[in-house]
Write a protein that binds this ligand. Structure first.
Ligand SMILES: [Zn+2]
Length: 270
């Protein structure tokens, strides 16, 4: 079977090596993983999630009486934190997720980036997505380039006016450097072709799939801002504060489902 996330990681190494404006990126601190998304459904192809944002200041939610404007209830105080992801001794600073099988089946012609690549084959759209996500990594490694990432979502406004052009320029100069076909060739195939050819498409996922490390709220023991106001308890976070290599699973992706693969000799978990 083909490990799609591994192939993308290897390709990223070559892209970073040959692209001066991305050479600051330390790839061991970046983890590529798979999320599930059907090819025929709308949604992103990939997302860059940053884990380096500092813990927020304490805050709370509140409710007001519509007539009097008086606060009637407040939530517990909380802070918002990023989970820690560690692989061996390395602390991961960014996660880049690829949505499978949708990413494999993306079409350049019908996309808004098509005009940057006149006459280019379809698979160049996938290379564009990979470079795009790398370009979100801020040179100061302090967040996402030109974005404050609250939930890791990739809104239109997270891209400056030249973002798409810069990406297209990097993609073209990478292709002009004549990369090894054994590194980029897998992008030429759609999902069905890969599945037929390799007997399956697998990718790294997290133990709590379809979830993955995301910012979470932690309640604080602090008094109400007004002693007469009722305090609502927050829902407790259900995701871990720390992920390690033991939380990485391999899943096989199909058109409309995924299943976990267990290695020989590994205990079978539910
Ligand atoms: Zn983006």
């Amino acid at each position: 079977m083909i490990s799609y996330t591994e192939r993308i990681s290897l390709l990223m190494q070559d892209v970073v090596r040959r692209t001066p404006s991305l050479s600051f990126i330390r790839l061991p601190e970046i983890l590529v993983f798979g999320r599930f998304g059907r090819s025929d459904a709308e949604g992103p192809f990939a997302t860059c999630h940053c884990l380096t944002l500092p813990t927020s200041e304490p805050g709370y939610y509140f409710w007001k009486d519509r007539a009097t404007g008086q606060m009637t209830r407040q939530s517990e105080w909380f802070i918002t934190k990023s989970p820690t992801v560690r692989v061996g001794p390395t602390q991961i600073k960014y996660l880049i997720s690829f949505v499978l099988p949708r990413f494999c089946d993306q079409s350049l012609e019908r996309s808004r980036k098509a005009h940057h690549y006149p006459g280019a084959p379809n698979w160049v759209g996938k290379l564009d997505t990979i470079v795009h996500e790398l370009y979100h990594i801020d040179p100061s490694q302090a967040g996402l380039r030109r974005v404050k990432c609250a939930d890791g979502s990739d809104s239109e406004r997270s891209h400056g006016p030249h973002f798409y052009e810069d990406v297209a320029r990097m993609v073209k100069s990478y292709l002009a450097s004549r990369p090894d076909p054994s590194l980029v060739g897998f992008l030429e195939h759609d999902f069905q072709t890969l599945t037929d050819h390799f007997g399956g498409v697998v990718g790294t996922t997290f133990r709590n799939f379809p979830s993955f490390p995301q910012r979470y709220m932690e309640a604080l023991e602090m008094p109400a801002s007004d002693p007469l106001v009722r305090i609502e308890r927050l829902k407790r976070a259900t995701q871990p504060e720390l992920y390690t290599e033991d939380d990485l699973h391999v899943r096989q992706f199909a058109e409309s489902s995924t299943r976990r693969l267990t290695r020989k000799g590994q205990h079978r978990a539910a």
